[in-house]
Write a protein that binds this ligand. Structure first.
Ligand code: BGC
Length: 349
């Protein structure tokens, strides 16, 4: 049998591996560089295996591209923080700015660019990675210890993040996979069918994509995915929100959020019939349609253009730390918080 662990290379003298997790006909390849989902092979209606996530072939490409976040684990705080600063317990903290004047996905040294330690790899289907993020790492207070566990079953993959800190801080992790359920080489996702369990979304103020702090109803707008529709059907720049971001790049508020795992989204590939049901216990779901992909060279030399994949990121609302009306992303001193995302697959005809 093929080895389930292969050496992929080295970063800063630390070994980087590819782990193959398998159950039934589902396979995920995960790297400890960035706790990254590199491959996710899912069978289509005919039993043919399709790789449904965008990514690169080589470790070098992941190391050199700090912009697309293909499959990476984002932390400590996903999404934008305004003016790269926040106040916690009366102290002001400054983050690195990577999208002036704001901080996106925790700045230049995100968790997707770190070599994670392998804690365990068991039963060929369960992998746990750990990262220690020291106090003031990226500008955040508290020594944070985070684990990311990946478990593959016959019908999907579950990622669980667990975080604990010795000082009050922010903990808002997510995974930044881009899905193309017709296969990563299939081109645009605009004909994928999408349903979101979200009656509200958080608008952005301009092309910098920072949230206004409002929570708006999706009703009678292109943001309404409460009934399934194709991603492209109302993706028009005549709706100002979509003009700003050149496609969807917005957070949706999960209607049934109560801290338990609940369905957030259902996405179906129009050519393969592969359907993804995403469940999470985080309060928001960021929908990003790959608007800024621009001839990125991906796996197998594939050219990924605008809308080549759709990223569905469970997380707290953007810039929640600076908006008291948004659910708080704070992790208190000594507390342990766990967030779970289930990616469940089946096929529809
Ligand atoms: C953000 C986009 C950003 C992209 C980078 C997404 O999570 O919402 O605005 O351009 O990441 O690939």
């Amino acid at each position: 049998m093929e080895s389930m662990t292969t050496v992929w290379g080295e970063v800063d003298n630390q070994p980087v591996y590819l782990y193959t997790l398998r159950s039934g006909s589902l396979t995920a390849v995960i790297s400890n560089f960035g706790a990254t989902v590199v491959t996710l092979n899912v069978p289509d209606q005919t039993g043919k295996v399709v790789d449904v996530v965008l990514g690169y072939d080589t470790l070098k490409q992941y190391e050199q591209n700090n912009r697309a976040y293909f499959g990476g684990t984002i932390g400590r705080c996903a999404n934008r923080i305004s003016n790269s600063q926040f106040t916690l317990d009366g102290s002001v903290y400054h983050l690195t700015t990577n999208e002036w004047p704001n901080s996106l996905h925790s700045g230049l040294s995100g968790f997707h660019m770190r070599v994670w330690e392998t804690v365990s790899f068991t039963n060929e289907n369960e992998l746990t990675l750990r990262l220690e993020s020291p106090a003031m790492d990226q500008g955040f207070p508290g020594n944070l210890e985070i684990t990311a566990s990946f478990k593959v079953t016959d019908n999907g993959m579950t990622i669980t993040y667990s975080g604990t800190s010795d000082a009050t801080t922010i903990f808002n992790p997510t995974n930044h996979s881009y899905f193309n359920l017709n296969g990563h080489k299939a081109g645009s996702v605009v004909d994928h069918l999408l349903r979101l369990q979200a009656n509200y979304y958080t608008p952005v103020e301009n092309a910098r994509s920072l949230t206004t702090g409002e929570i708006c109803n999706v009703l009678y707008t292109p943001m309404d995915f409460t009934r399934p529709k194709t991603i492209g059907s109302e993706m028009t720049p005549s709706f100002r929100q979509l003009l700003y971001t050149d496609g969807y790049d917005h957070n949706f508020c999960i209607t049934k959020y109560n801290g338990d795992v609940t369905e957030a989204a259902q996405l179906t590939g129009d050519q393969t019939g592969i359907r993804l049901t995403l469940k999470t216990n985080e309060p928001g779901l960021h929908l990003y349609t790959g608007n800024y992909l621009n001839d990125d060279i991906g796996k197998g030399g594939e050219h990924y253009y605008k809308y080549a994949g759709v990223s569905l990121q469970p997380q707290f609302y953007p810039d929640a730390i600076n908006h008291p009306n948004y659910i708080s992303p704070i992790l208190h001193k000594g507390e342990t918080k766990a967030f779970e995302t289930q990616y469940l697959f089946d096929c529809v005809s």
